[in-house]
Design a protein around this ligand. Structure first.
Ligand code: MCN
Ligand code: MOS
Length: 734
């Protein structure tokens, strides 16, 4: 794995500042907290997908050794609803006797040890009135929701354009249900002290958990403190206030002791949401030479009875390629299934598989190279508004990737390249990712010894936020990275947004940028009040900062250190708060472009057995300015592995009779292992993005997108078989 050096956009690949804490076991994850007098909770889940609880017998559980409390809907606290304007969280748990899906929490048992709680939970007996469950997305009785988020889009006249198109592709592409499966088991340790509550909790957004829990338990927001300095991954699973959190809080209130609730792996499958299965209908109209004249993309995804989460699959077709006529529509169907939720690259992952497969089919139909057709239809400007992009290096991603991969050596005929028993295929896919940036705030403090602190409530889910923000602040304040101490993952710090939507770097980075600017201004103002300061009367625009010193541009000796300015004024520290307020596209006259990318894949298919092997991957991405090359590469590599999983392995299987997830363990839910992952060549191209002051776009999710269609397109080239359903398994190639 090599990377071509491109100093213009690549930030230093410094090691993780929290790395030593992690490898020496000093980083404390939510499960690591054990408080004095702490009790343990175990959940009980429903074993039917739809109905009512007729009777629950908790006597045996209550008499079990060490049991302190059994809570069911009959003795649960009445909880308030989550604030409506917020992300769609599940309704408060244990508020009625209705069963909405298999695996729903119906009781929580609290005991002196985890073993006693788990053993007692098994002794609860439940009788149900069963109702017929809705489990099939095609069931006509299921509620259909059209345009659930008001994001359906149309321009031009797709109907007419499709009717007139000399060439048309009209196909259906499906993706399976996937489960996020972060390695760390989600845990909540809840501890009440009078009316104030402290939570050590696994999540991606401490301030959101704080707000929802406060609303549910009817306490002021400031009475709840959520601590998440470390979490063992999320991949979207931590973006909601899942029901085990209020259950732990309720349990702690009932027993008057701190309570730890750690989910088991099977409980993680039903309790934290999952990527919805999707059906995508795509119709492309084109000229004989492969120019798109129409894109129509409709999608259907699933939704639980108790939640309104979404993965918008069709929107990807509005920003990927130039087409004068485009219509996108999304629908959802409500079923008796566990909560759906975002999973790495929500909607984009599935929609891109459909679109990039269809574009590939079009290339074959018109006899064009699959790479050429993507370059031909590259959108020079935002196809919807005609505005220029804030940056868009999709073309460069495709061109650089093709060179690194050796695309020109591809024989265009299908089944034309082989190596012994193996058919060899080359596949390509383009990627256009959505753009996302949220309001966020941060505080930057410079202390008397010239070192600095950066504080924000946001959490680092493993991406490297601690490190890149230390790098950014160090750069802006003229300090060394190890002079900056990061304090994240505490809801009582300046309000932060989610580590989600690949948007935290842009959001927090803009806030840190703003705070550092304000802080330097404060130092300059302070120095200005001292007539003996070499900085007196130097206008702010002429100030430069380096090695912990402010000085006049071009006159390095005419300056003062931050530490000295503080000392002269008898101060121990100076701080400033900063905010990220996303810019408006209208005001800037440009469309914020998300990250872009290209995937080139060599697949090998055993002709006799249908066994699929991914032999090589080249992944080139435009993430704007890359703050830390090493960490950004890790993000792309992790995403690529996720993409191989989506393409060839991952499928959450729900039994259509019982509604039970049949493979809710790491033994049965397949993910790629080392042997499934080939050599991955990772490269970054592009330029600093114009939309935020630090020039970044997100790279946390894009690595996953496009891998599946590139593999599917490669399989077509190798075998002549077009597979339109994920995951692609051996039986489909026999
Ligand atoms: N980065 C960079 N330069 C940029 C952008 C990002 O160097 N221009 C690097 C930084 O190390 C940064 C990381 O990439 O910390 C991710 O930044 P960003 O793309 O802004 O994404 P977020 O910080 O918002 O992280 C969330 C994102 C999402 S939405 C999912 S899902 C996901 C992902 O990150 N889940 C992850 N990557 C993950 N990585 C790990 N280890 N664990 C998860 O659960
Ligand atoms: Mo990512 S799925 O937005 O946490």
């Amino acid at each position: 794995m090599t990377t071509i050096q491109q100093p213009r956009i690549l930030g230093a690949g410094v090691n993780r500042v929290d790395g030593p804490l992690k490898v020496t076991g000093q980083a404390r994850y939510p499960n690591d907290f054990n408080l004095p007098g702490m009790a343990y909770a175990a959940v009980v889940r429903s074993t039917i997908p739809s109905g009512r609880i007729r009777r629950m017998d908790t006597t045996a559980a209550e008499k079990s050794p060490g049991v302190l409390e059994v809570i069911t809907h009959e003795n649960a606290d009445h909880l308030g609803e989550a604030p409506p304007s917020f992300v769609k969280n599940p309704q408060p748990p244990l508020q009625d006797d209705v069963i909405r899906f298999y695996g729903q929490y119906i009781a929580v048992v609290v005991a002196d040890t985890q073993q006693n709680a788990t053993a007692a939970a098994r002794r609860i007996e439940v009788e149900y009135d069963r109702h017929e469950a809705l489990l099939d997305p095609h069931d006509p009785r299921a509620e259909r929701i059209k345009d659930p988020w008001g994001e359906d889009t149309a321009w031009g006249d797709v109907r007419t354009a499709l009717n007139r198109a000399p060439v048309m592709i009209d196909q259906t592409y499906t993706t399976s249900e996937n489960t996020n499966n972060p390695l760390g088991l989600f845990t909540t340790v809840a501890s009440w002290d009078g009316d104030t509550l402290t939570l050590h909790d696994s999540n991606q957004w401490p301030n959101m958990i704080q707000q929802v829990v406060a609303a549910m338990f009817g306490v002021p927001r400031d009475a709840v403190r959520v601590l998440t300095p470390f979490v063992g991954g999320g991949f979207g699973a931590g973006l909601r206030c899942w029901s085990h959190i209020p259950l732990a809080v309720m349990a702690a209130r009932h027993v008057g002791r701190p309570v730890k609730l750690e989910l088991t792996r099977p409980e993680m499958f039903t309790g934290l949401g999952h990527r919805t299965a999707s059906i995508n209908w795509i119709r492309l109209g084109a000229t004989r030479d492969g120019r798109l004249t129409a894109i129509e993309h409709e999608s259907l995804t699933t939704l639980p009875l108790d939640g309104d989460e979404y993965e918008p699959c069709s929107s990807v077709s509005t920003w990927s390629y130039a087409s004068p006529n485009v219509t996108t529509r999304d629908q959802q169907v409500r079923l008796n299934i566990p909560w759906t939720n975002f999973m790495r690259a929500p909607g984009d992952a599935q929609g891109n598989f459909a679109l990039e497969s269809a574009i590939d089919e079009l290339a074959w139909e018109v006899g064009l190279d699959p790479l050429e057709i993507r370059l031909l239809n590259y959108a020079e400007v935002d196809p919807k508004t005609g505005r220029p992009w804030s940056s868009n290096a999709l073309r460069q991603c495709l061109e650089v990737g093709a060179r690194r991969f050796g695309w020109s050596e591809r024989n265009p005929e299908i089944r034309s390249m082989r190596d012994g028993h193996e058919l060899v295929g080359y596949g390509v896919a383009g990627v256009s990712f959505f753009w996302y940036q949220q309001p966020c705030s941060a505080r930057v403090i410079v202390k008397g010894d010239g070192s600095a602190y950066v504080r924000s409530a946001v959490t680092d889910i493993g991406t490297g936020t601690y490190t890149i923000m230390a790098q950014l602040a160090a750069g802006l304040l003229g300090l060394e990275v190890d002079q900056v101490e990061m304090q994240l993952g505490d809801s009582s710090m300046p309000v932060g947004t989610a580590a989600g939507g690949s948007g935290l770097t842009a959001a927090l980075g803009s806030a840190v940028h703003d705070a550092c600017g304000r802080l330097i201004q404060k130092f300059v103002d302070l120095a200005g009040t001292d007539p003996f300061s070499p900085l007196a009367n130097v206008p702010f625009e002429d100030i430069e900062v380096s090695e912990g010193r402010l000085f006049r541009k071009g006159e390095p000796t005419r300056g003062e250190s931050l530490a000295r300015i503080l000392a002269v004024h008898g101060l121990t520290e100076l701080s400033a708060d900063g905010n990220s307020t996303p810019n408006s596209p209208e005001q800037l006259g440009m469309t914020p472009a998300g990250a872009r990318g290209a995937r080139f894949v060599e697949v090998r298919v055993d002709e006799d057995l249908g066994r699929i092997r991914v032999a090589r991957i080249v992944t080139v991405n435009d993430g704007g300015r890359i703050l830390n090359e090493k960490l950004a590469r890790s993000q792309i590599l992790g995403g690529t592995v996720g993409g191989v999983g989506m393409a060839l392995f991952e499928e959450t299987v729900t039994d259509k009779d019982t509604g039970r997830i049949a493979n809710a363990t790491f033994g049965d839910y397949l993910i790629p292992v080392n042997a499934d992952i080939p050599d991955v060549h990772i490269e970054f191209v592009g330029e600093p993005d114009a939309f935020n002051p630090i020039g970044v776009k997100g790279v946390g999710e894009i690595g996953l997108v496009g891998v599946a269609p590139a593999i599917a397109n490669g399989i077509f080239h190798a075998t002549g078989k077009r597979i339109r359903a994920l995951p692609i398994t051996m039986d489909m190639l026999m």
